[in-house]
Ligand binder design. Structure first.
Ligand code: NAD
Ligand code: AHE
Ligand code: ZN
Length: 368
């Protein structure tokens, strides 16, 4: 079949809209009609050429929601008409990783996914007879896409696609880092570096679990009103203080219990670690840093009881936890709507990237 898609032909080049060919679902695969997709900073990161796994030509996008239109042989958990969210972190429930309660990083299809291919080592997308790569196993910048059954979460059919698509990455990543990975306790102090699509969901998660002090840090003061609405109690702009680590330590009487880096800047990652409280503070890296970049600190920071950790997809097990997070939204336990600052059709997708780079959007959602 044909599907309208935004194709990234090369790093740093705008996406181009094409009617591309899409092969039907093979064994264990599912054809999905996307109804909406968010644009995450990670799409921009890969398009920039900084992603060591980034290869072209590719159909980007990993934050979608849609409807099952066809299933391949052997698919048992999904049927035509089911509403689904694609999962860039699948959940096979049988690999060593899925069986270990300490991680959500299902590895059953990770190697082919990282090369832009389906589990059988081929692509379902092509243009003029030449294959186009999948992205993060999802490729939601296409009206129709094919995914393995284990990479789809079945969700409440009443949930609005144009809002819950954001649970496919940003909402789950931010909330989950607090709830599933850090397990922040009520009364904690929390620092959130970067008040974008991820950081605001960390703030929302910290408020949800009853954190006392939630300190937001961003270079862009325009992010402050939304962050306050979502639970930020204090704001610091690194441009306004001599030393951001000292400012946080002073504000908290010794450092925070938890910090989250939601930018992808290795210098900020160091600040996020060093503003943690001696003896027990934990810092979580969420931001994705470019090829070749490394983090550093004095080992004494760790010797004296701070921990440096990371969080992918918020520690969520997609098929189990994503439907629950959709239910939290439907029950008004979490808020999503104000974070979706812009919506537009696929043919304006390059504008979504511009809005993000100019700091004017939190999330732009593409509507099919
Ligand atoms: P975003 O562009 O919406 O937000 C980034 C924010 O950081 C902006 O508000 C910007 O003003 C601020 N910022 C930039 N440089 C700063 C600095 N030096 N100091 C303070 N603030 C600064 O991006 P996003 O969609 O929220 O994504 C954030 C990061 O998280 C990206 O690196 C993205 O790739 C990553 N990410 C990781 C996961 C994961 O599973 N680990 C999931 C999704 C996104
Ligand atoms: N491909 C990059 C790393 C990209 C990365 O860290 N991705 C995050 C999700 S970002 C979503 O917006 C992640 O979950 N990674 C775990 C995984 O297995 O990819 C690189 O550095 O090679
Ligand atoms: Zn993302």
């Amino acid at each position: 079949m044909k599907t309208r898609a935004a194709v990234a032909f090369a790093a740093g080049k705008p996406l181009e809209i094409h009617d591309v060919d899409l092969q039907g679902p093979q064994d264990g695969e599912v054809l999905v009609e996307l109804k909406a997709t968010g644009v995450c900073h990670t799409d921009s990161f890969t398009l920039s050429g900084d992603d060591p796994e980034g290869e072209f030509p590719v159909i980007l996008g990993h934050e979608g929601a849609g409807i099952v239109v066809d299933v391949g042989k052997g698919v048992t958990s999904l049927k035509k008409g089911d509403h689904v969210i694609p999962l860039y972190t699948p959940e096979c429930r049988t690999c060593d990783f899925c069986l270990n309660p300490k991680t959500n990083l299902c590895q059953s299809i990770r190697s082919t996914q990282g090369r832009g291919l389906m589990p059988d080592g081929t692509s379902r997308f092509s243009l003029d007879g030449k294959p186009l790569l999948h992205y993060m196993g999802c490729s939601t910048f296409s009206n129709f896409t094919v995914l393995p059954e284990i990479a789809l979460a079945k969700i409440d059919p009443e949930a609005p696609f144009d809002k819950v698509c954001y649970i496919g990455c940003g909402v789950t990543t931010g909330l989950g880092a607090v709830v599933f990975d850090a397990k922040v306790e009520p009364g904690s102090t929390v620092a959130v570096f970067g008040l974008g699509g991820i950081g605001l969901n960390v703030i929302q998660g910290a408020r949800m679990v009853g954190a006392d002090k939630i300190i937001g840090i961003d270079l862009n003061p325009d992010k402050v009103p939304m962050a306050k609405d979502f639970g930020m109690t204090d704001f610091l702009n690194p441009k306004d203080v001599d030393n951001i680590v000292d400012a946080i330590v002073d504000l908290t009487g010794g450092g925070v219990d938890y910090s989250f880096e939601c930018i992808g800047n290795v210098h900020v990652m160091r600040q996020a670690l060093e503003c943690c409280h001696k003896g027990w503070g934990e810092s979580y890296v969420i931001g994705v840093a470019g090829a070749g970049q490394e983090i550093s600190t004095r080992p004494f920071q760790l010797v004296t009881g701070r921990s440096w950790k990371g969080s992918a997809f918020g520690g969520a097990r997609g098929r189990t936890d994503v439907p629950k997070i959709v239910d939290w939204y439907m029950q008004n336990k979490i808020d999503i709507d104000p974070l979706i600052t812009h919506t537009m059709p696929l043919d304006r997708i390059n504008d979504a990237f511009h809005l993000m780079h100019e700091g004017k959007s939190i999330r732009t959602v593409i509507l099919y």
